[in-house]
Design a protein around this ligand. Structure first.
Ligand SMILES: Cc1cc2nc3c(=O)[nH]c(=O)nc-3n(C[C@H](O)[C@H](O)[C@H](O)COP(=O)(O)O)c2cc1C
Length: 372
C-alpha cells in the first residue's frame, strides 16, 4: 500500500480517519495512518487546545484538521442568542411534546436555554471563525493537511496553506465538484459516496471513485463512503484511489467519545437503518434512523429549519434523550457500514483487522485471477 500519498505525508498506511474525537485521531496516527480532526464545530480556543493535546500524544507525527469554509453568504455578526431567537417557538413545542409523549423527563427552562446557547456557540459557522481556526492550524507545523468539508475551497486557504507547505483536501460527491476543487488548487480529493455518514450526495462510491480519479487530473484521490473492510481498501486502490478516508467505523471504538449505550445503539443497527434525511442539520445527510428522525418525517411535523437552527434545536432533544437514557430520541451521523459494526473494538484492533483482510483479499484476487 505504498502509494504516493503515503510518501507525501510521511505516514506508513494510506488510511485516513475522520473523527471529531481527538483520541481517535491520535490512535490512528500512532497506528501509522493519518488522523484528521473534525473541528468545524469547535471554537478556535478548543481547536488550539486539541491540537496542543494531539501534538503531545503523537510524538511528532503529522495529522490533519477538517474545517468548513462557509463562503461569502454568511452573517458574521450573529450571536448565539440571535440564533436561538430564530428558532420558532412552535418548533421547540413540537419537540417538547414529542419527548413528553414518550415519557422523557424535561430539562429545567434555564438548562434548556443555557444548553441551546452553548450548542449555538459551537454550531455558528462564520468566515471569521474559519479564518481563526485556519490560522491556528497553520501556526502548528504538525498540521500537514487541512480539509474543507463543504463548498469550493477559497483562494486564501489554498494560497496560505501552500505557502506553509500544508496540503489542502476537499470532500467531493461528484466529478463536477472534483473538477471545481482542482481548479481552486486543492491537492487531495476525497471522493465520498452516498453510503457515507454525514452530509452526502447521491452517487454511490463504486461509481464515484473512478469518476473522481479521472476528474482529478493526476491529483491523489482518497476513497470515502462505505469502507469498513480490507477488501474495500483493495477495491479503492483498484479504482485508482491512493488510499481510503474512513469516518463511521471509528464511532464503535473504545477511543470514540460516544457513550457505551450510544455505541451499542449503533451495533444493533443494520445498513438500511443508516438513512438519508435532513433532520440533523437541515441539509441532506445520512444518519441513524430512530423515532426522532421518523417523527420529523410525519406529515404533521413543522418544516425543517435551516442550518444551523435545526442542529441547535436537536441539541435540546439529544440532551433530554441522553439524560433519560432513551436513545430512540437521539440520532447520529453514520454510514451504511453501521451494519458491519457489531461490537466493541479499538482503533488499533480495527486497523490490524483492515490490514489482515486487505492481505487476504489480495491473495484471493491472485488465486482467482491466476495473476502473481
Ligand atoms: C459522525 C460523523 C460526522 C461527520 N462530520 C463531518 C464533518 O464535520 N466534516 C466532514 O468533512 N465530514 C464529516 N463526516 C464525513 C466523513 O468525513 C467521511 O467522509 C465519511 O464518514 C466516510 O464514509 P463512512 O462514514 O462510510 O466511513 C462525518 C461522518 C460521520 C460518521
Amino acid at each position: 500500500m505504498n502509494t504516493d500519498i503515503v510518501r507525501t505525508f510521511g505516514v506508513d498506511l494510506p488510511i485516513f480517519a475522520f473523527s471529531h474525537c481527538r483520541d481517535v485521531v491520535a490512535a490512528v496516527t500512532n497506528a501509522g495512518g493519518m488522523g484528521v480532526l473534525g473541528a468545524a464545530w469547535m471554537t478556535p480556543a478548543e481547536l488550539e487546545m486539541s491540537i496542543d493535546w494531539l501534538e503531545r500524544h503523537v510524538g511528532g507525527k503529522p495529522f490533519g484538521v477538517d474545517l468548513v469554509f462557509p463562503g461569502t453568504a454568511v452573517d458574521d455578526e450573529k450571536s448565539p442568542e440571535e440564533y436561538l431567537k430564530a428558532i420558532p417557538q412552535g418548533h421547540l413545542s413540537y419537540v417538547r411534546k414529542m419527548l413528553d409523549d414518550a415519557g422523557l423527563a424535561d430539562l429545567a427552562e434555564s438548562d434548556t436555554t443555557a444548553y441551546m446557547t452553548e450548542v449555538a456557540r459551537h454550531m455558528a459557522m462564520t468566515n471569521r471563525k474559519s479564518r481563526d481556526q485556519f490560522d491556528i492550524c497553520l501556526a502548528h507545523p504538525s498540521v500537514s493537511f487541512v480539509v474543507g468539508a463543504l463548498g469550493v475551497t477559497p483562494d486564501w486557504v489554498v494560497d496560505q496553506a501552500h505557502a506553509k507547505g500544508v496540503q489542502v483536501g476537499a470532500l467531493v460527491g461528484s466529478a463536477r465538484h472534483a473538477a471545481k476543487q482542482r481548479n481552486a488548487g486543492v491537492d487531495v480529493l476525497i471522493a465520498q459516496g452516498t453510503e457515507a455518514g454525514g452530509s452526502v450526495g447521491s452517487i454511490a462510491s463504486m461509481v464515484l471513485w473512478p469518476q473522481v480519479v479521472e476528474a482529478a487530473r493526476g491529483a491523489p484521490v482518497l476513497a470515502a463512503g462505505g469502507v469498513s473492510r480490507g477488501s474495500q481498501i483493495l477495491a479503492a486502490l483498484a479504482t485508482g484511489c491512493q488510499g481510503v478516508w474512513i469516518g463511521s467505523l471509528w464511532l464503535g471504538t473504545a477511543e470514540s467519545d460516544l457513550s457505551i449505550e450510544m455505541r451499542e445503539k449503533l451495533f444493533a443497527a443494520e445498513s438500511e437503518d443508516a438513512q438519508i434525511a435532513r433532520v440533523m442539520t437541515g441539509k441532506q445527510g445520512r444518519m441513524l434512523r430512530t423515532k426522532y428522525v421518523e417523527n420529523w418525517q410525519k406529515p404533521d411535523a413543522p418544516p425543517l429549519l435551516q442550518w444551523p437552527m435545526q442542529s441547535i434545536l436537536n441539541g435540546y432533544s439529544y440532551k433530554r434523550a441522553e439524560r433519560a437514557r432513551n436513545l430512540d430520541y437521539w440520532t447520529y451521523a453514520v454510514g451504511q457500514v453501521v451494519g458491519d459494526m457489531k461490537g466493541h473494538s479499538t482503533v488499533k484492533g480495527e486497523i490490524e483487522r483492515l490490514l489482515n483482510e486487505y492481505v487476504e483479499a489480495l491473495e484471493h484476487l491472485q488465486r482467482v485471477t491466476g495473476f502473481e
